[in-house]
Structures are given as C-alpha cells and as structure tokens.
Design a protein around this ligand. Structure first.
Ligand code: URA
Length: 248
C-alpha cells in the first residue's frame, strides 16, 4: 500500500480541521512541507518521510505508528470489509494510509487488546508462534471448571472438531470463579489458531460466552480504554512488546 496521502486529507486526519477548513489554511500559506510553504492542498505527502509544519509547529510525524485498541464486540479484525465495520474503521484514515494493520486477529465477538501497527516485523513477532509471545484471555464459560481442566490445559489439549485437528500447546488456566452454571478464568496461550481459546474450552465441554484479551507478552491492555477506544502506544510499551514476557 502506498504511504502517499493528499496534504489536505492528512491535516484533516490529524484533527487540524475539516477538509474545507484545512484547504483554507493551506491556501493561506500556513503549511510548510520540508521547510517550504505549500499552497497546493492536493500535494502528495509521504507521512513517514515529509516534514510538515502548521504555523511553524511540526505535525505529529512518525515513520511508524503503533496503536493499542480495546477492540469492541461486533467489529471485524480486518483491514477492510465490504459490508461490515472493521477495527480500521474506528481509526482516522491516516493509519490505513501509513500501512497500519491489525497484528493478529480477534473474533468478531471477542473484546480486548489489539495492536494495530505499520511495523510488519513487530506484527510478525506478535503473531508468529515461533516467538512464543504469550496472550492472556479472560473467559466466561457456561459451567464449572476444576483441577482436571487446569491439568488438561497444562498438558496440552488435543483439539478435534469441525474446524480440524491439532495438539494445542500447553496453556496456563487460572480459575477466577467456578459455579455450576457459569465460571470465569484466565488462560495464557502461546499460539493463535482459529478460535483457539473457544476450541480449547469446547474440548473440555465448556462453551465460551464472553472472551476478552487482556495481555500480549508483557503488555497489558490499558484499563482506561473502554471498548472501542484506542490510543497510540508509548515507546516504552513498544519496547515491552519487544522484550521477553516475564510470565513465560
Ligand atoms: N481465541 C478465540 O477463540 N477467539 C479469539 O478471538 C481469540 C482467541
């Protein structure tokens, strides 16, 4: 995907005004590109390379962008979809223009921590089972959980269902609350197969009724983010994702 974006669209997506307002700002000569006033609102800008200022103030340029989102239920984890709303639709267009993509996939009904990044290497590290990056999920299920479930998860479940067959890697199940009709637990897995956590619980006879990802590696979801909220990650958070997970 090209990183080029019209100057007016870029300013608008950075929140500097509506498209009409920023066009007026550009015509007035208040915007410089690489140090020179630029009055052409249609000038194609490389958001990662060109330095753009407004009234001498550098606009927030970064060559890579990393977003932490609390993915809400009901939204697809995909770059785009013809019919349904995707996580990229929750972000200003700047992020798609810079090549940001979700690093991994959460099911439509799953909530929680999703990283959206333009850094393909970081995304690969998060997704690839080779890197063993742990993912922690909070799950609510439709019946009791006990010691035998903890042991079965620890041993590595054999999954054989309509989606296919595989041996899941050992996983850590921590029971938060067990009840006859409903239980809550946290589970830490190091792989991300299709419907992984739901299928692991299904192999133990339990249906997941609610699922939320709380952690990726050493990075926890910011609990100030309500479902649907997002923010750019701090450098410290990005480096935490690049580090080994202390829970591993
Ligand atoms: N496991 C699942 O079953 N669903 C998700 O969305 C993530 C992990």
């Amino acid at each position: 995907m090209s990183d080029l974006m019209r100057l007016d669209k870029l300013l608008a997506s950075l929140g500097e005004g509506t498209r009409t307002q920023v066009q007026a700002i550009i015509r007035a000569g208040r915007v410089c590109v690489d140090g020179k006033p630029e009055r052409d609102a249609g000038r194609r800008i490389d958001a990662g390379k060109n330095a753009v200022t407004l009234d001498g103030r550098p606009l927030a340029y970064k060559s890579v962008r990393h977003v932490m989102m609390n993915k809400p239920g009901g939204v697809l984890t995909a770059a785009r979809d013809k019919k349904q709303r995707t996580v990229m639709d929750l972000l200003p267009p700047l992020y798609a223009a810079m090549g940001c993509m979700p690093a991994g996939r959460l099911d439509k009904d799953t909530e929680g921590l999703l990283i959206i990044t333009s850094d393909g290497q970081l995304a690969h590290r998060i997704i690839s089972p080779k890197h063993d990056v742990g993912k922690v999920y909070f799950a609510r299920v439709d019946g009791p959980l006990g010691e035998s479930d903890i042991a079965a998860f620890a041993e590595g479940l054999h999954i054989d269902d309509a989606e296919g067959e595989f041996d899941a890697r050992p996983a850590v199940l921590t029971i938060v609350r067990s009840g006859e009709n409903e239980s809550e637990a946290c589970v830490r897995v190091t792989e991300g197969r299709y419907h992984q956590v739901k299928r692991m619980f299904a192999a133990r006879g339990r249906k997941v009724t609610y699922l939320k990802r709380e952690k990726i590696g050493a990075l926890a979801l910011d609990d100030a983010l309500a479902p649907g909220d997002w923010r750019e990650m701090t450098d410290e958070e990005v480096s935490r994702l690049e580090q080994e997970d202390s829970d591993a």
